[in-house]
Design a protein around this ligand. Sequence first.
Ligand code: NAD
Length: 725
Amino acid sequence: MENFKIDVDADGIALITFDVPGRSMNTLTGQVMDELPQLVERIKTDDAIKGAVITSGKASGFCAGADLGDMASGLLSGSGDLQAAYDAGWKMNGALRALETCGKPVAAAINGLALGGGLEVTLACHYRVVGDSPKIQLGLPEIKVGLFPGGGGTQRLTRLIGVQAAMTAMSAGSSWRPNDAKGAGVVHEVVPAGTEVEAAKAWIKGGGKAVQPWDDKSFKLPGGGPYHPAGIQNFLVGNAMIRKQSYGNYPAVLNLMKAVYEGTQVPMDAALRIETRYFIKTLMTPEAQGMIRSLFLSKQELDKGAVRPVGIPQSDPQKVTVIGAGMMGAGIAYVQALAGIQTILIDRDQDAADKGKAHVEELLKKRLSRGQLTQDKYDALLASVVATTDYDQIKGSDLVIEAVFENREIKADVTRRAEAQLEPGAVFGSNTSTLPITGLSEASVRPEDFIGIHFFSPVDKMMLVEIILGEKTGPAAIAKALDYIIKIKKTPIVVNDGRGFYTSRCFSTYVAEGLAMLQEGYAPALIDNLGRMTGMPRGPLEMHDDVALDLSVKIAKQTAEDLGDAYVPLAGAEIVRKMVEDLGRYGRKNGKGFYDYDTKPKTLWAGLSDLAAVTINDSTPELIEDQKRRLLYRQAVEVARCWEEGVIDDPREADVGAILAWGFAPWTGGPITMIDQIGLKAFVEQADVYAERYGDRFQVPQLLRDMAARGETFYGNFAGAKAAA
Ligand code: NAD
């Protein structure tokens, strides 16, 4: 075996060290799955072995779960042969069932994070000891990529902690810290980090039992199962909760519930077969395949610099200046300080700069209070941020990011003053959300080192950063910007310049389509419900309130000015203009928008019907499906246009960017995956119906018609070699 090392001690206890060669973290690769049955066979049949302790040889963790890359290339790309997929899926369940029934006591010494399949391996052990370390998390996060636990987790966790607690954890994909895991009954013992193996061995020597609770004749499911008066409530309520959260968009969560419901009525062997069947069924859904590809594989590739220009030496930014210590600038200062980057935070006056640093302090304090930072580390990080007005302090910066007011002249002035301090090769980035980068770079004397670095708000929570290339931006600046984003642990996408770049432009179509529906007479509540039912995080009107209505009036005016005769006002724009200019309703920021925010929860503003009469309030299933599709199609058409115009050219960036930046319905795998899965021909036909009904904004670009005629797909055409191009 290459992945497991076995050392039998004088007491006959086999220490099994899980250590996948050549990787920094253990995952359940195809080869590990092949070796697992051999390992179990050895424990069972070797007379010298009286009991076993499984631990990890990695400093980084116990095991991060299934290797989704292997799973994708194996199971997902298979011929659709269900029996073969079931047999492959059963491999782990069969091996782990053999482990827990091998007749010898087996303990897990969990010395690092154990997630997904990693935790499932330990659940098949008779005893679990975990080290007391803030770095350790235990959980079953599979739901986040459109799957659910398929290595016995649905059955063992349920039998350990009951249906309600297990379903709550699995359907959210949440994780426990060691002491919480002990409190929840997921592990037996928390011990000082580094003493896990010793404690696990002590349990075996103390006569640890080689029988799982569920294999004991007297076993009763905690909280009761489906035929128990209290137990059935979990399923009734659970079904409703799942519906409320997923709107039926995620087959994984429904199949998870079915596996638990059916599995808890039968003995473990049958329960595991049920789990494997639902698991394979889920894995074969377009939803799981799209989510695994975008949210795991593509995201991971982008996180590792898949789109970085080749042939440029790696850089490691040590000192970065942020100019503008407002909401965005302070957030940026925080994330980069956290990544160990020395930060100069500049504003117009010392008070404003200090205010920015105070925000950094507040966020760091939160981490300190949660035990995620030691006091020493907290002190060092806080000291690494210098709040000042002095541009001389910029000297030696690898990168400057400006986040001053959204105003061309102010940004030009800041660019000139900052560049005067920069050494050759240092990069200047603008966090503008709307101003084209090529235009801003005119203020620069070194436009090849000028680039857009667009963060999202709140910076500490939003995972995506959109890098925007001006006409003259050079490959070295792209590489350095990417090295920086990767260092601060965000996911980068690289797009070309254009009005609204990629993310803001496409996101705005969702909000605008909601407005058009309002103008057409749809009831506001129906519009926002439809939005949520598509899988978007919030309805279009709610999101409009969040972005701010005055901002959209301002952008409309600016666009009208820039485009002149070519400008076509958005349907419903007049409603928003009246709300802002006549009624002072700016959105969430002043507590008055489409909603009133002085109540909890917020309520729709009653005066809205005076501005937009409601004529469509009945919601037949046909109407619902049609209008949900309309909201998603409108965004996807804009994405396709961005593609045709060269704003984006990599399907991974388009999909990951859409989901992470504006919450494009994650179950689709992203807009490009959605178009591919619908099929280009069918997509174009439906978009044409909408164009006829609602206007030219649904007109697909010629590129899509040509691809449809040739029977192509975006991913099918994609060579995956942007960086080399
Ligand atoms: P903000 O008003 O909160 O902060 C701007 C800061 O810049 C203020 O502290 C101000 O004092 C400072 N400033 C102004 N002129 C300056 C100068 N000449 N020198 C130094 N400092 C100066 O604004 P914000 O929301 O943080 O936005 C900043 C930038 O980020 C804008 O370009 C905005 O478009 C962009 N952006 C904002 C968001 C968002 O959601 N707010 C998202 C992405 C990008």
